[in-house]
Design a protein around this ligand. Sequence first.
Ligand code: CA
Length: 365
Amino acid sequence: MDRKHFLRHTATAAIGSAFFINGCQSQKNKTEIKADISKTYKWKMVTTWPPNFPVLGEACQLFSDWVYKMSMGQMSIKVYGAGELIPGLEVFDAVSSGAAEMGNGAAYYWAGKSPATQFFAAVPFGMNAQQMNAWIYCGGGIELWKELYQKFGLIAFPAGNTTMQMGGWFNKEIKSIDDFKGLKMRMPGLGGKVLAKAGGTAVLSSGSEIYTNLERGVIDATEWIGPYHDYIMGFHKIAKYYYSPGWHEPGSVLENMFNLKAFNDLPEHLQIILETASARMNLWVISEFEAKNNEYLNKIKEEKNVQLRTFTPETLQKLRQYTDEVLSEIALADPFTQKVYDSFNEFRSNIKNWATYSEKLYHNL
Ligand code: CA
């Protein structure tokens, strides 16, 4: 049936055994849904990424295309890069107020609204992409995320993951935790708080300033994302050592956030399309990062001036200890953050135990 023919009718669809990503609950009984498909929706999506930013920005455009096709043109979403409609860090407020119906970013940008947001993006020594998906979709995470965002008139779904990031670019070797003392490093969020406990100074630089700041010695070191994005930034031209692992961002979740009223006012089939397209976006971003990071790590390895290094187990152990202190401090200061931290922590302990018997052994083969 083409859309023209479709529009003459009010659609009645029978959905059997539909799988809803919300909380991993499946709906086993057939449900009759009636939906008015004559009304069209034109939405704005504001994002925290520069226009057409590799992977993250591209994914927003793909999402928009999928939604348009899945809804047979009933819903169109125009994507705006950071600065095109509003600055990137105003996405939360713009979607919360309804100035834009939806946005894309990472929840740790909104730590100023609630420290708990950070658990829905990344915490140092947290979980990897696969484990974050398990906690959010099937381990109680999304229910807590909804409870938190509801207070701001929002609802969010996972829409990507940067996967394991790299530990950063340095011009001196980091042989022990003491080498962080006095180090000025671009390191946002909780990672920055951990760095401060190690005696370093966390410097906030926006993406566009990092290269110049590192080149001019305003900062001694920087983290960014992973080999693909780091290579595009050109850090291999001005830094000697490229360290792994990205202990501070082992699996940063990206989010699609929606104005709750705008979302609730949609017919049910469009709500399901938005949820489903967000899940596809999540899968695409993870897959694209894995494929591209692998390709670009090889390019970086070919650079004669760059040496790949790993942090020593003792250094990581100490950073982990400082992380536990930082997390306990932010949880103690806010009851809802404590609730999210408890859920996150319990899930992390259990899934690490499972990983010891599964992925960890397999990766050592
Ligand atoms: Ca990063």
